[in-house]
Ligand binder design. Structure first.
Ligand SMILES: [Zn+2]
Ligand SMILES: [Zn+2]
Length: 101
């Protein structure tokens, strides 16, 4: 599929800006189907002002850490940095332990 550079008008300040082929590709790869409504500088300003909301370039992505479950030895991913000497459990074991206590 080919992307062609396009010129769009900013909703906020009315300035024309270029929606480059690379950006379109990036948008498509993130699953966004809408064109950006604002020029890059307005986007920046909005982002700085208030995080998120109208969102296409905001997607919370939790960093996951590789760990080995202390219970079953399975590889798993946890949303926090595993600490030395602190057991990490996969979600199955974690749930089992939690409901058992
Ligand atoms: Zn603008
Ligand atoms: Zn486990």
């Amino acid at each position: 599929m080919g992307f062609e550079e396009r010129t769009l008008q900013c909703l906020e300040c009315g300035v024309d800006f270029v929606f480059s082929a690379e950006e379109q590709e990036l948008f498509a790869s993130r699953g966004y189907t809408n064109d950006p409504k604002r020029c890059p500088s307005c986007r920046q300003a909005r982002k700085a002002q208030r995080y998120g909301n109208d969102g296409y370039d905001y997607r919370p992505r939790r960093q996951m850490f590789q760990a080995v479950c202390a219970q079953c030895g399975k590889d798993c991913e946890v949303p926090f940095q595993p600490r030395e000497g602190r057991p990490v459990y996969c979600s199955d074991c974690y749930n089992a332990i939690r409901t058992n206590r």
